[in-house]
Design a protein around this ligand. Sequence first.
Ligand code: IYR
Length: 217
Amino acid sequence: MFTQRPHQILRPQEPVAVADAFFEKMNARRSVRQFSDEPVPEALIRSLIATAGTAPSGANKQPWRFAAVQDPALKSEIRCAAEAEEQAFYSGRASEDWLRDLAPIGTNDQKPFLEEAPWLIVVLKRMRDDRDERLSDKVYYVNESVGIATGLLLAAAQHAGLATLTHTPSPMGFLANCLGASEHERPFVLIPIGWPHPNAMVPDQERKPLDDILTIH
Ligand code: IYR
């Protein structure tokens, strides 16, 4: 009843050159908070989500939903609710350490990008899966699975020249209300996505050198 099929292998002629070129592309990725108002076609968003959905997941349960929001009224509602949480965060909820660590990034409680970005993608965790009655409805390693899917989504967007921000207004319960999420769905991250504003600025920060993040054994 559960079958296997041959795996198709796609190996490039020059794997190192291909990997290095991909690194260069990904190394240019930055979290962007200023978006152009130029529209992004739905077909592009669909393709990015299709890539995200190729992520590995615990027991292949694919415990994710991607809610793609372009409706201006819904974006305004999300901005308004997110800013209410952020005001509480910046004016008391955040620890002193946390605020000190955010200072170089220059964030505050104003989130205009939630209305300016042509799309907001809300990534939701699905804590139950009843797709296949031969299997249980349990899900496994949901944070890991949805985190990987989100990473693939960011990579696909970068590959297409789109800018993204991983935004986590905390708590995110209001998103579940705005999107009519089921009782088994939990917001994981909110990703504004669009073409970067031509004058977009990003913090002048470096990535750790490879030798600080890699140990060979
Ligand atoms: N959610 C807040 C605070 C914030 C937290 C972290 I960790 C960041 O890397 C950036 C911001 C905000 O979006 O402003």
